[in-house]
Ligand binder design. Structure first.
Ligand SMILES: [Zn+2]
Length: 239
């Protein structure tokens, strides 16, 4: 196992930007950590790259309807956690690539929100049973966080829109096969469940029930470092 770098509290930050591929990714991977940040006065904002329009039950016949439902669910979950706001980029679900266009969009979001920490998918995880959008979003978000957002020479047209270069201190990657940062979510576990329950259309996707699956994951994440319930990340210094 990778030597643990941080166990217990989330790293301190004034502003945190969570970049997820689909509605419910932030809640599934890091709602407990978000709840802990919000409790201590950290401002948290979400960027959701697709609106999850392929994640619909079979009896829904239009993508638009599904995207609308999933955005509403995501907004409700964010409200439940005290997240400041949610930005939807509305790329087509399942068709995301680490493109220059996506890097530019994410760089603009970073320059707009100016986070100390960016939290996103680990693009290089060897957990191979992985949604391809997760890998693509993680790669584009990391490219935006370093070095694009800090260098005025990247996407210089953004200056005309009033966006200045910005240095992100840390990236925390979820879904990693070699996490080194473990946040104790036992005090806020019920809030994580409450936020996940806002994603009503997705609750059928958890064999054995959402709560059992999420509790098992949190137990497994904490087991190696003596925490009852945890969320795990790989810490990447960007400064
Ligand atoms: Zn996802």
């Amino acid at each position: 196992m990778t030597t643990p770098r941080s166990i217990g509290e989330p790293p301190t930050a004034e502003r945190v930007l969570i970049i997820g591929a689909h509605p419910d990714d932030p809640e599934f991977f890091c709602a407990g950590t978000v709840a802990r940040w919000v409790t201590t006065g950290t401002s948290v904002h979400y960027v959701i790259v697709t609106s999850g329009d392929k994640g619909a039950p079979g009896d829904w016949d239009t993508h638009e309807f599904s995207a609308e439902v999933r955005e509403a669910e995501q907004l409700a979950a964010a409200r439940e956690l005290g997240v400041q706001g949610v930005t939807f980029l509305r790329l087509p679900d399942g068709e995301v690539f680490d493109s220059l266009a996506l890097r530019a969009q994410l760089t603009a979001e970073i320059r707009r929100f100016r986070p100390d920490i960016v939290v996103t998918h680990d693009p290089l995880t060897r957990l191979y049973r992985q949604h391809p959008d997760h890998r693509a979003v993680g790669a584009a978000a990391l490219a935006a966080a370093f070095p694009a957002s800090r260098l005025a020479t990247f996407f210089p047209e953004q200056r005309a829109a009033g966006l200045q270069p910005h240095v992100v201190r840390i990236a925390l990657l979820f879904g990693s096969d070699r996490p080194d940062t473990f946040v104790d979510i036992a005090p806020v576990f019920e809030r994580k469940l409450a936020a996940l329950r806002c994603h009503t259309s997705q609750l059928g996707a958890f064999p054995g029930g959402m709560e059992t699956r999420v509790r098992t994951r949190a137990r497994e994440a904490g087991a190696s470092v003596g925490l009852e319930l945890a969320e795990a990340f790989l810490w990447v210094d960007l400064e």
